[in-house]
Design a protein around this ligand. Structure first.
Ligand code: SAM
Length: 443
């Protein structure tokens, strides 16, 4: 929309831009086109737009054949878009984006997020929509320039901080360009810039305890000018040893450490134990017949290599909000690394029955011991990798203490979200989980 048309439209719909809603509308059409190009939108995409305003970017995303889901807080603008931009591929939701449950987006396949964000809530919105795991495959964000520089900053620069590392831990951030104030009406008081954010492949960075890592980072940046050896005294006994091992100056401040060095520091404090180092001895499993009767015992490699019938347990743990804990399998697992799975799961070994295995797996993987309800049995099939599976359910009242050598990460997810996610992106899950979830939901 040209500036003159934009002014006319605002007059027609009796809207004078509201500063607290960050209503600075883009009127440079060439720039709008360039911006939308950076999201590489195709007709397969489901574009979520936060704050569509008068539709400068919305229209262009629709022209590229995408479905667009626009979240606009201002009712007058939401109504304007519904009426003037009425399009079969457009859905407008009149709500505050901060109240929107981003998990429902798991039930879409290719989600991209486009936003010329209201700057006063941009960090809240960012943290909400960047929460891991996220269904979004690309974020294209117009931000206050200072925020864009913080997100994309490199070590040893003024803008590099805890927010940079928090976002870069799971994402790659590209600073695309500064956007001058004169392309907006009214002109904003601050400079803007465009960033593109994409999820990282989990294998790009070493495994680590994210909770500990972020605790160290926050502590390290709590007093930027202070040396880390003083700030992190409680965590590290021999600072010279750690700094020479990780290749940084012993007098370094927080901003001098790269993300990989921060991860190295967290792993120095709490070393990750790879499963191979303690589970290298061949586990013995009962080999069973088609009726799940024990025939003999055999090693794990023989059972899997020869596709023999065997036994497994899966456990679903729900929290007080009735959300299911999904675990992301360790990157070191020989089968289905990094896929999402039941809260806890594992094989029944030679010395135990199903109930005992369920109790053991829960303790080993999640560090909890809660009463388990035995729910249902799934017959062995190619979809279960020839496992007979007993499914259990437990209710959690305290906290989970995930075992980092067993799982990569985990998250509580609403059951409706699991339904949508499993239906639309089954490739994100280990097949045994899909069998269990379907059986559980059919009950
Ligand atoms: N995308 C349009 C453009 O580029 O011209 C408008 C961008 S304007 C900077 C920000 C938009 O976000 C406004 O339309 C405003 O009403 C809307 N908005 C502000 N706060 C919001 C919130 N919490 N949730 C959803 N939309 C919001």
């Amino acid at each position: 929309m040209k500036l003159s048309d934009l002014r006319t439209t605002l007059q027609e719909i009796h809207v004078s831009p509201v500063k607290t809603l960050g209503q600075n509308f883009l009127h440079d059409q060439n720039l709008a086109r360039w911006i939308v190009d950076q999201a590489k939108i195709t007709s397969d995409d489901y574009v979520v737009e936060i704050g569509p305003g008068l539709g400068a970017l919305t229209k262009l995303a629709l022209e590229r054949g995408a479905r667009v889901f626009a979240i606009e807080k201002d009712t007058r603008l939401a109504n304007f878009l519904r009426e003037r931009l009425a399009h079969p591929q457009l859905e407008v939701l009149n709500t505050d984006a901060l109240d929107f449950d981003a998990h429902v987006l798991f039930s879409q396949r290719a989600v991209k997020l486009l936003a010329n964000l209201p700057y006063n809530i941009s960090s809240q919105l960012l943290l909400k929509f960047l929460k891991y795991p996220s269904p979004i495959s690309l974020w294209l964000l117009m931000l206050q320039k200072e925020m864009a520089l913080r997100l994309s900053a490199l070590p040893s620069t003024r803008n590099y901080g805890a927010l940079t590392l928090h976002v870069q831990l799971h994402h790659r951030v590209e600073y695309l360009r500064a956007i001058p104030a004169n392309v907006f009406f009214p002109r904003p008081d601050v400079d803007s810039a465009l960033v593109r954010i994409m999820p990282r492949d989990a294998r790009e960075l070493p495994e680590r305890d994210d909770e500990l890592l972020m605790k160290l980072i926050r502590c390290g940046f709590s007093q930027r000018r202070k040396q880390l050896q003083k700030l992190l005294r409680a965590y590290v006994a021999d600072w010279r040893d750690v700094s020479s091992n990780l290749g940084f100056n012993p007098k370094a401040r927080a901003e001098e450490l790269s993300l990989v060095q921060w991860i190295g520091l967290a792993n120095y404090i709490a070393p990750a134990i790879r499963p191979e180092t303690h589970a290298i001895k061949e586990e013995q499993f009962p080999v069973v017949d088609k009726m799940d009767r024990v025939l003999r015992y055999a090693g794990r490699s023989e059972v899997h290599g020869d596709n023999l019938y065997h036994r497994a347990v899966h456990i679903f743990i729900f929290n007080e909000a009735a959300d299911l804990y999904l675990q992301q399998r360790s990157r070191w697992k020989d089968r289905y690394p990094l896929l999402w799975d039941s809260s806890a799961a594992g094989h029944v070994s030679d010395a135990e029955n199903y109930d005992e295995a369920a109790k053991r797996e829960l303790e080993e993987e999640l560090g909890i011991n809660v009463p388990l309800e035995k729910l249902l049995k799934i017959s062995a099939s190619p979809q279960t990798d020839r496992e007979f599976i007993w499914l259990y359910r437990g209710q959690l009242h305290g906290n989970i203490k995930p075992n980092r050598s067993e799982l990569e990460s985990g998250a509580f997810v609403a059951t409706a979200t699991v339904d949508g996610w499993a239906a639309k992106r089954p490739e994100d899950f280990a097949p045994g989980f899909l069998q269990c979830w379907q059986a559980y939901r059919r009950r």
